[in-house]
Design a protein around this ligand. Structure first.
Ligand code: GTR
Length: 430
């Protein structure tokens, strides 16, 4: 009898435990199972000192948070390339039926055509007055996929296979032209007086785990080095680095106002856009479309995609040190609200979708909310006071947010909000 009671109690305890907590690998979509957590305070130094002035934020806490993200999450950029050059290889002043001038520029990382580089596709409005404010964003399948414009160079880099988009053997073909046009309402953007610049993220670093043999990382290896050190960059940081190189070029282009460039990205490229804006303060505004884990969503909530999941599915995205926090989110020295805080006082817009629970809409909303004290310290609104997460009701302070019905994607509705938000800060500037 004793034995039976013992076995019963044993299984009962196990049952209780499994019923109450979510095993590491299972995806939690149940708000009541979000663990209790304490977020690091963006206005308290690691040594406990409170930050009460903008000066202390800029000189002490911001550099501390930035370093923590570099060393524990995205990885540091190991140095500078000395010989980068820009090469404009095509200009058409009558693109898109005369609506725009299309320029294409190669950024040659080694200064010549034999090395790696990235191609920028640039549309500049033909009406209005230069220099234009601009949106800059990386794309997933090559520049030729954002419009059916036959003048766009087809990427020769490795591309993820997608039969429907005409991509086989990891090479894009003519059939891929315009395949992703629905995500890039180029006319709408141009007609509102913005230039649009895009580049293929795989030109910077192909998105698969090859131990960092291809892409931009090897250009930075020291003698005998074969992969990034544990605190050196993964692919997200490399893509963000590429965005900064695009901005270097834009600073030289008289048609573009490089001081009014919004960096935008979706999903993994939304994570990238946020990190680019955190690292490079020249970006005037950042737009994160459904960036989720490792982007705008709080890691400690472990809702939807978790640190362990993302590091397992995409071992090359973050720095090696980030893997220490697999299933140990609470020991992270930062959380993602501080990524948004790093962009302060510059405007940040965050989008979410009801069905995109994987990216944790509420976790992104809360990150916006908990970044707000830094905006307030810098005398900006941040997320408006009393803002709520209501489907289909965007909120726009210096931090903007919307959750729309539907799935993980970029829709015209999303772009309409991005434009309304950008108009508040990048238009009527003079
Ligand atoms: C998913 C990944 C997300 C998001 C997305 C994307 O598979 O889990 O973090 O980045 O891919 O980039 O499309």
């Amino acid at each position: 009898m004793k034995r039976i009671i013992f076995i019963f109690t044993f299984f009962f305890i196990i049952f209780l435990f499994t019923g109450m907590t979510v095993p590491a690998q299972e995806v939690n979509y149940d708000e009541s199972k979000v663990p209790e957590y304490t977020l690091p305070d963006p206005l308290v130094m690691e040594n406990g000192e409170h930050i009460t002035s903008p000066k202390a934020w800029w000189n002490e806490r911001r550099p501390e948070i930035l370093k923590l993200f570099e060393e524990n999450v995205y990885g540091k950029v190991p140095g500078k390339l000395q010989h980068i050059t820009f090469h404009t290889f095509s200009v058409d002043s009558k693109a898109l039926n005369g609506l725009a001038t299309r320029k294409q520029v190669s950024i040659l990382f080694t200064g010549n055509n034999s090395g790696t580089g990235m191609d920028l596709l640039i549309y500049i409005p033909n009406t209005g007055k230069e220099p234009f404010p601009a949106f800059l964003g990386l794309n997933f399948y090559g520049n030729q996929t954002i419009q059916s414009d036959t003048g766009i160079k087809i990427t020769r880099s490795w591309v993820k296979n997608n039969k429907a988009y005409g991509i086989t053997n990891h090479q894009a073909t003519e059939a891929s032209r315009g395949a992703r046009a629905y995500r890039w309402p180029v006319e709408m953007i141009l007609k509102q007086g913005y230039a649009l610049i895009t580049a293929y993220y795989g030109d910077i670093d192909p998105d698969f785990d090859d131990g960092f043999q291809n892409g931009v990382q090897p250009l930075f290896y020291k003698k005998g080095q074969h992969k990034p050190a544990p605190d050196e960059w993964g692919s997200i940081a490399a893509w963000a680095w590429g965005l900064s190189r695009a901005l270097d070029y834009l600073e030289t282009d008289p048609d573009i106002d490089a001081q009014r460039v919004a960096v935008m990205g979706h999903s993994r490229l939304g994570k990238t856009a946020l990190w680019a804006a955190a690292e490079d303060q020249r970006f005037a505004l950042a737009i994160s479309s459904m960036s989720g884990c490792g982007g705008a969503a709080l890691s400690r909530r472990r809702y939807g995609e978790t640190v362990e999941r993302i590091n397992t599915s995409f071992p090359h995205w973050f720095c090696t040190n980030f893997k220490k926090y697999n299933d140990h989110e609470d020991s992270l020295p930062v959380d993602q609200h501080e990524l948004i805080a790093l962009i302060a006082p510059r405007p940040v817009y965050i989008s979410a979708a009801v069905e995109d629970r994987w990216a944790d809409p509420k976790g992104m909303f809360l990150a916006a909310k908990y970044a707000t004290p830094v905006y307030r310290l810098l005398r900006k609104t941040g997320l408006p006071e009393n803002a709520e997460m209501i489907t289909g009701q965007p909120v726009m302070g210096t931090i903007g947010f919307h959750m729309r019905p539907g799935k993980h994607d970029v829709t015209n509705y999303d772009w309409q909000q991005f434009l309304i938000f950008a108009n508040k800060f990048l238009k009527n500037y003079f």
